[in-house]
Design a protein around this ligand. Structure first.
Ligand SMILES: *Cc1c(COP(=O)(O)O)cnc(C)c1O
Length: 465
């Protein structure tokens, strides 16, 4: 009965993916205008599912941003590997509510195995507990909840039972360039977005190890592996031992940067990160699995269970790992399916190659833009490139022109007071040819915008430029 519908969906999905290499990245205004066709009153009765699917594809597909394609360099996000899209399709059919091992054994096992493989490939302690969550935001939240649990338990306080009112205070240290979602997680946990101690950073956005505050009492030190602007990692080798000496808990926001540890030539960037207490990362960024998939790892698995399990952590739970003991959610999709599929398909060398290849593409972008006379604002150590095309307004115009042109897509940022375009290479699909094609567009549009401006400054007409 459902076969023709699913075959139709698979055919449409395949056609969509096959078209991504050639179509423009940002949708055209005409495609966006058609979205209004969805906006009818709620139908009084049923619609044929085949018609529903056709409405989704015909109106929706052209109006998407081609994030799954090879030339989307916005934010720091990947493109789902075909094997993970296929796995996701199967997992959707399975429809497993992956909270309890006894009820959904297959998907619970995939999570358990994926967790072991992830710890292996990321070079993290094998004893870690882990949770499969929506993204790095919730992974930070989850890991920091474990930190809060453990630190307050040490101080004789049961935070899950008693809450934070009257609890011993926890000092929280973050870098000036901490990701806004890390700070948001601290707020959600009652640790405060603003009551943090902020450590100044260097020119690459790394916490300055020579500017760390004195620590006493319960403390959480949050470091970052991979700045969304520069790709730089905080100096874990200096910070982690200092924090440990003070009895602090060290948490690493490694949403994408943690994956440097999976690549032999880049692993040195994450030196010292392994000695932390907890880590947050994303699988939907550099591992290139579908949204949404974040991962929280905690060295003391019991602290994570203590914060997240509904049953008290000291009750025996039996041998199998219940996924919901490690996450804020009870009901949820089986995120381990696509993670397992990606890891199984890529293997250790495939993951290393994906990470190294995208970093080489970033190097290529930086070298060619610099050779074109444009200023690269960061040391390109990972997959992030910040480039200025001159004055802030010119850089903003070039970014807008690139987005409108459609060959590729990059976003803007302000880095230490400088307006910049950010190129983030995370997609498995990006080839050397895609980099060349994108560079051609960037350089062409940067020259054009500068010429338009020059002409404008001389009072000449800019029409037709
Ligand atoms: C992307 C990112 C986040 C947020 O991750 P989500 O998956 O969007 O929740 C947090 N920290 C860093 C460093 C990131 O790059």
């Amino acid at each position: 009965m459902p076969q023709p519908l699913l075959e139709d969906a698979a055919a449409r999905a395949a056609r969509y993916l096959d078209g991504l290499g050639e179509r423009r990245v940002a949708p055209l205004p005409a495609a966006l205008a058609r979205l209004a066709e969805w906006d009818a009153p709620l139908p009084d009765g049923p619609t044929d599912p085949a018609v529903v699917l056709r409405l989704l594809d015909e109106i929706g597909s052209p109006a998407t941003m081609a994030m799954a394609g090879p030339r989307f360099f916005g934010f720091v996000i990947g493109a789902a590997l075909p094997v993970t899209v296929a796995a996701n399709c199967l997992a959707g059919a399975w429809d497993q509510n992956t909270g309890l091992h006894a009820v959904t054994p297959a998907t619970a096992e995939l999570e358990r195995i994926s967790l072991r493989w992830l710890l292996d490939v990321l070079g993290l302690p094998p004893e870690c507990g882990g949770g499969f969550v929506t993204g790095a935001t919730v992974a930070n939240f989850t890991a920091l909840a474990a930190a809060r649990h453990a630190l307050l338990a040490r101080a004789g306080w049961d935070v899950e039972a008693q809450g934070l009112f009257g609890a011993p205070p926890i000092t929280v240290v973050v870098g000036e360039e901490a990701h806004p979602t890390l700070v948001k997680s601290l707020g959600l946990l009652g640790l405060g977005r603003s009551r943090v101690v902020t450590v100044p950073v260097d020119a690459q956005g790394r916490m300055r190890a020579d500017a760390l505050p004195p620590l006493s009492g319960p403390a959480i030190v949050c470091i970052q592996a991979g700045s969304v602007n520069t790709g730089a990692c905080d100096p874990a080798e200096a910070i982690v031992p200092w924090a440990k000496r003070a009895g602090a808990w060290v948490h690493v926001d490694g949403a994408f940067g943690l994956w440097a540890a999976a690549a032999p030539v880049l692993r040195h960037l994450t030196a010292g990160v392994r000695d932390a207490d907890s880590w947050a990362t994303d699988a939907h960024k550099w591992l290139n699995v579908p949204y949404d998939c974040g991962l929280a790892f905690v060295r003391d698995a019991e602290a994570l269970r203590g914060a997240m399990a509904i049953r008290a952590a000291y009750l025996p739970t039996g041998a199998p790992r219940d996924p919901s003991d490690y996450t804020p959610e009870l009901s949820r999709r089986a995120r381990g399916v696509e993670v397992w599929a990606a890891l199984r398909a890529l293997g250790r060398s495939g993951i290393a190659d994906l990470v190294e290849r995208t970093c080489r593409h970033a190097q290529r972008f930086a070298a060619r833009l610099a050779a074109g006379g444009y200023e690269v604002l960061n040391d390109v150590v990972l997959n992030q490139v910040l480039v200025s095309f001159g004055e802030p307004e010119l850089t903003e115009r070039v970014i807008a022109a690139i987005q409108q042109d459609g060959t590729c897509w990059c976003g803007g940022t302000v880095w230490q007071g400088r307006t910049a375009m950010r190129i983030s290479v995370c997609s498995w699909a990006t080839t050397d040819a895609d980099v060349e094609r994108s560079l051609e567009a960037m350089l062409r549009l940067a020259r054009r915008e500068a010429a338009v401006r020059g002409a404008g400054a001389r009072g000449t007409s800019t029409s037709g430029a």
